[in-house]
Design a protein around this ligand. Sequence first.
Ligand code: NAX
Length: 327
Amino acid sequence: MKPIKHIAVTGAAGQIGYSLVFRIANGDMLGHDQPVSLRLLDVPAAQAALRGVEMELQDCAFPLLRDVVCTDDAEQAFAQVDYAILVGAQPRQKGMERRDLLAANADIFVRQGRALNAVASRTVKVLVVGNPANTNALIAMSAAPNLDPSCFSAMMRLDHNRARAMLAKRLGEPVDSLEQVVVWGNHSPTMYADYRFALVRGEPAPLRIQDEQWNREIFIPQVAQRGSAVIEARGKSSAASAASAAVDHMRDWVCGSQGRWVSMSLPSNGDYGIPEGIFFGVPVRCEDGRIERVNGLSIDTFASERLQGAVNELLEERDAIRHLLQS
Ligand code: NAX
């Protein structure tokens, strides 16, 4: 039997947490031969609800689940963790400006970044889900100077999965037949879902969808607005699909993406003209726990405009919290 892996989930008493922790405990994230210990973090007011989650985890009698710790103390939650999924965040409240939301969340992610820096495994893999996810990841990374920047990522996988599913539907093909879809940029309406390089059963998908109007007026906006459509229909934001995307992101990072492209938000490194100092969604492949960026894709005028829109938004977000970043 493999040694136990320790996984922290923040905001574990919330909606996404309620789907996510059961998937992890079932082995969907790290494999069905990998025993796990869960560290569930939430605010003091959510501790009773968290105990309920713990009870239900026990009642599932998952063979791989060795241990569950519930806490409101970040250092306890992150002690020696191998993986940390940061879901807990302050939701936007009525009358709250985007600036206020950024500030409220910045405080959370500074504290959690510091705690990871102090006590997590030096090879921890951190996925930030809580919004604004890209900028929260930047804040957490900056507050953790003793961890390598490659420990941090933010989630674009829900957008990536939505784009693949929407294209598969349009093509009348199973979703699994589609490869090389990319969602660039920010997890926000400026994201750019891009199927210029996509393959369906190994053939270029754009040859089968020669419809630029559909691309610009339906596909790109519908991927970007899918979260709002779910809220409209369900009365609540996406939870099971977001949890599933987090499982996919971590599984591919840890176990490899088998040569497939996936979209992840990573610290920008100047590729594609994206300035350093922000987290930006890009295409990657994963192997042996490492992320390898897909470079050298052509960026035409339209793509360049879309990328620039996301860059501008992320630079604005960064400027709003710049005073919190360690230089
Ligand atoms: P919920 O409001 O149901 O749950 C959030 C949980 O976080 C609550 O239990 C709350 O007590 C906890 N929390 C708040 N502050 C905390 C702190 N300092 N430490 C630990 N826990 C804390 O929200 P839910 O629907 O689960 O969504 C969570 C976050 O994911 C939100 O920020 C949401 O916007 C974001 N999402 C991000 C997505 C992405 O693709 N990156 C997609 C789904 C989702 O919208």
